[in-house]
Ligand binder design. Structure first.
Ligand code: 6GU
Length: 224
């Protein structure tokens, strides 16, 4: 999989993709992530990429020309499954969308900033608009990092234990059960005995019960 991220603050993203699981995924060539500086596609002397909103009002708007130039440069080289715009008025990100996107070959993520992008960018180039929650961030970069992380960890071979994504919270509309590790007793608090029983079926049953209990308590909306 290849992910191209377009941003006017690329430095925000560089360190994120250079570490941990995301670094390993790239080193092992499961994914390639490229961060593009929108300013490299500006046409003006001062490399401006934004301007005042027509009609007035506070806040700058990202202009269509640098974005169009960047997108067309990328799209001339390969075809993309989706061109995703990260925006607080997009569809709320859900695990099922992440699952689908993890099957893509090539994705473009466009990060908004200020008051967002010229509407014509959305009309002409964007195939999917995604929000990561009902709160406002100062830019789409953190949202793009969240989306890319959620996608990349599902690409086959990226996780150490390939089954571990299957037991994630949300993967079957249930929250994940509690987990424990050593020591067996901490200040009098013991690990549930069933987990040490070695009885696979009982352990699975306990975990399922705990998932249901946790979901009912914390996210009854998921049980419907
Ligand atoms: Cl995708 N962008 C911004 N700026 N804020 C957000 C968001 C995206 N998702 C939630 N809040």
């Amino acid at each position: 999989m290849r992910i191209d991220i377009i941003s006017c603050v690329p430095k925000l993203l560089d360190s994120f993709f250079g570490h941990s699981i995301l670094k390993r995924a790239q080193d092992k060539q499961h994914v390639e992530v490229y961060v593009h500086d929108l300013r490299d596609y500006a046409t003006t002397k001062h490399r401006t990429v934004d301007d005042y909103a027509f009609g007035g009002g506070a806040g700058m708007v990202l202009q269509i020309e640098p974005i169009a130039r960047c997108l067309r440069t990328l799209q001339a080289e390969r075809s993309y499954d989706e061109v995703i715009y990260l925006t607080p008025d997009g569809a709320l990100l859900q695990q099922r969308t992440v699952n689908t996107l993890s099957l893509a070959q090539n994705l473009i993520l466009l990060c908004g900033h200020y008051k967002g992008v010229d509407q014509r960018v959305r009309d002409l180039f964007i195939t999917k608009e995604i929000s990561i929650g009902d709160y406002v961030l100062s830019g789409g970069e953190l949202a793009a990092a969240v989306l890319a992380d959620a996608i990349i960890r599902l690409v086959p071979g990226v996780l150490n234990d390939e089954t571990s994504a299957l037991t994630d919270s949300f993967q079957d509309d249930l929250l994940a059960p509690p987990v424990y590790t050593r020591p067996f007793v901490f200040e009098g608090h013991e690990v549930p005995a069933v987990l040490l029983s070695g009885h696979e079926a009982n352990i699975e049953e306990w975990r399922h019960e705990q998932s249901l209990k946790r979901t009912a308590e914390r996210r009854p909306d998921l049980l419907k």
